[in-house]
Unconditional design. Structure first.
Length: 202
């Protein structure tokens, strides 16, 4: 099945993640996402052959931002209530200030983020996106980065905060800002192609 994790007798966990061209990626966003942090990684993933699905809180188009100005809009492929984490190999969380601030108040979003992280599936969060990692309590003991204004939140959640363009710790990659998008996207793709994930119960 396209995107399904593959069984391998050569790995201790028995499962390896797919090649990026076979991967199924979930992006979660709502109004106020930073335009470049959604559209640019999404396009790179599509260009590499991945299947990319955008989930949001409502079926209408969501409004992006370019700094403080309105950006492009995009229509979600499905609602959060329709998401089954078993259908995806990895999770991408773009930033923007209003986007993750709204999403972290939604129990279903926080639950989904935690489920991906706890299952060992790759999770990428950039800029203000790591706010969702804090809310899901998956930062503790990890080395992470983010937009400067939320680094205190990451430290308070038990994270070891550094100032680097793409920080990988286990199955989570974090980045600081739109300037880090190329490095962030490549690190995310490498995780997808290398991280082992346990089989989930059906």
């Amino acid at each position: 099945m396209r995107g399904a994790a593959k069984f391998s007798k050569d790995h201790p966990g028995g499962v390896t993640m797919p090649n990026i061209a076979d991967a199924r990626i979930l992006i979660i966003a709502t109004d106020g996402f930073e335009e470049s942090e959604l559209f640019e990684p999404r396009q790179t993933l599509l260009d590499r052959g991945a299947s990319v699905t955008l989930a949001s809180l409502e079926p209408r188009e969501i409004q992006g931002e370019k700094g403080d100005q309105p950006g492009r809009k995009i229509k979600p492929d499905l609602l959060m209530e329709e998401v089954d984490s078993q259908d995806y190999d990895a999770l991408l969380l773009p930033g923007g200030t209003r986007n993750p601030d709204r999403l972290r108040m939604e129990e279903i979003v926080v639950y989904t983020v935690k489920k991906f992280a706890d299952a060992g599936k790759p999770v990428g969060a950039i800029c203000h996106g790591p706010w969702l990692l804090v809310e899901a309590d998956v930062v503790r003991g990890r080395t992470v980065t983010s937009w400067p204004s939320i680094r205190t939140d990451l430290r308070n959640a038990g994270g070891n905060v550094v100032d680097k363009e793409a920080v990988v710790d286990g199955n989570i990659v974090t980045s600081r800002n739109p300037g880090d998008i190329p490095a962030f996207t490549e690190a995310f793709i490498q995780l997808i192609e290398s991280v082992e994930a346990p089989l989930e119960a059906v």
